[in-house]
Design a protein around this ligand. Structure first.
Ligand SMILES: [Ca+2]
Ligand SMILES: [Ca+2]
Length: 486
């Protein structure tokens, strides 16, 4: 059910991607399969690496700090052969890619250049950036536009390094592709191939004050492209592990994660192959946090109550599964959204109400941010201008431009940008302190009264907000750039 709704929002881009997958799926020759090999928590990977070699596999990446190896083998008996002392689990990540929710490209905008003034409100397209006005970005940038030593890792589909609004904003020395779980720092490897998603996200965080196009929340900071989404649109666990470890190794202070992995749908709880795979991702998230990286993630676009979603329609449901199952195992959380220490962001529209698609949940959503909602204020018509305008690349023509998308993918980078401004104004804040500062400086938004019905007649968008000043729809409230730099 959730997947159905999510896919409904994906629209044409992903339909095209799905067609590609189907066309290339059946192949005859034996292909290498990717495995994650976990050493027991806190132990070295040396023994595990020996077992991989003895089993005829190849270690393609070694993350010794978290006891995780990425290995490849064409032998179907590899997992069994590599198991034993020094190895907690071996699991193939086959079929565990999560489809990125691209969002709809709702329209593009032409821009003519003008003299740069250093004032975000003077950028040519700023008049269309309701999102920036709503979170007081101009007032904030009068205090600081951000510190160039602050780097926000964009774990996504790549950032167009030729984009006129982004070319000067990218920390190229910290950008890499993590596809297949292996770091590749070639500029071509971390540029986008089939998706504009990461370029859009990056523009919201840091588009330049250059008299061209738009202004980002924090144009003084840098973004790093960390490509974790395959050309077919999937995030594989080995790429996510690589991305978090790369961000930590490069000393990034913040990562933006505009994707949502929901292992529960696949009945993770009862699957001995999936549990270790998601454990590896959680080890990587935790490690990055301990190294000073704040993880900011989108809540997802399924209008799901994440607090109450433990009863899954795809799993055997005897009605007795306790909530604690998820918390105790710790292996089947929605990632990164539900991992401890992660700032999870829901989306609001121009009316500061929950976007109809945004997932929510008390104790899961930490803050809200503009993600756009084409059905605010008028549910009866779709208003493209009430989605979020940012930088784009047409992946067919390779032409850079500006266009509208909506989704929690667009909300999360507003929060990441505000966090980057906060860190610039208040250097030295560690992840936990930065997270609570972000929450403390947010503007509380009250729960709508009664059952929220943002699209009358479409019951799949009904939702109920619970909580008080801090609540399931908006967490501590909408992030505010000005409050964060004061
Ligand atoms: Ca600009
Ligand atoms: Ca959280």
């Amino acid at each position: 059910m959730r997947r159905t709704i999510r896919r409904a929002i994906i629209a044409l881009v992903s339909l095209a991607l799905a067609a590609c997958v189907a066309a290339s799926a059946p192949t005859a020759a034996p292909v290498d399969t990717t495995y994650l090999v976990l050493a027991p928590q806190g132990q070295s990977t040396a023994k595990a690496a020996q077992r991989v070699a003895a089993a005829g596999g190849t270690v393609v990446a070694s993350y010794d700090e978290i006891g995780v190896l990425v290995a490849r083998s064409a032998d179907t008996g590899f997992a069994a052969a590599a198991s034993g002392a020094g190895v907690e689990a071996v699991a193939s990540t086959d079929g565990l890619g999560t489809l990125l929710d691209e969002g709809e490209t709702l329209g593009t905008v032409e821009a003519t250049a003008q003299d740069a003034t250093g004032n975000p409100a003077a950028e040519p397209l700023f008049g269309l950036q309701w999102d920036m006005t709503q979170i007081d970005v101009p007032e904030a940038q009068a205090v600081t536009i951000g510190d160039p030593n602050v780097v926000v890792g964009v774990l996504d589909t790549g950032i167009s390094s030729t984009h006129p609004d982004l070319a000067t904003q990218i920390a190229k020395d910290k950008s890499a592709s993590c596809l297949d779980g292996v770091v590749n720092t070639d500029e071509a490897a971390w540029n986008p191939t089939t998706s504009t998603h990461g370029t859009h996200v990056a523009g919201t965080i840091a588009a330049a004050l250059n008299g061209v196009g738009i202004a980002g929340v924090a144009p003084g900071v840098k973004v790093a492209s960390v490509k974790v989404v395959t050309d077919a649109g999937f995030i594989y666990p080995e790429a996510a592990v690589c991305g978090f470890m790369w961000a930590a190794a490069q000393g990034m202070q913040i990562t933006n994660n505009s994707y949502f992995i929901d292992p529960w749908e696949f009945n993770c709880r009862n699957d001995p192959r999936q549990r270790p795979v998601w454990q590896a991702v959680q080890r990587a998230i935790r490690y990055a946090q301990n190294q000073g990286v704040l993880t900011i993630a989108s809540a997802g676009n399924s209008n799901v109550d994440l607090q109450h979603k433990f009863v899954d329609d795809g799993s055997p449901n005897d009605g007795s599964s306790p909530v604690e199952t998820r918390e105790i195992t710790g292996a089947c959380l929605d990632l990164p959204a539900e991992a401890p220490g992660v700032v999870t962001v829901s989306a609001v529209g121009t009316q500061r109400l929950k976007s109809y698609y945004s997932s929510y949940g008390q104790g899961v959503v930490d803050v809200a941010a503009p993600g756009g909602d084409t059905r605010q204020p008028n549910p009866a018509v779709s208003t493209t201008a009430n989605a979020v305008l940012s930088t784009t690349i047409n992946t067919v023509t390779r032409v850079n431009g500006w266009g509208y998308l909506q989704g929690t993918s667009m909300a999360s980078p507003h929060a990441a940008g505000v966090a980057a401004l906060a860190l610039s104004a208040h250097p030295g804040l560690q992840p936990a302190a930065l997270a609570s500062f972000l929450e403390r400086t947010s503007e509380p938004l009250p729960c709508p009264e009664g059952i929220y019905n943002p699209r009358p007649g479409l019951d799949q968008f009904l939702a109920e907000c619970t909580g008080g000043t801090r609540n399931g729809f908006y967490g501590a409230g909408e992030v505010n750039a000005f409050n964060a730099v004061r």
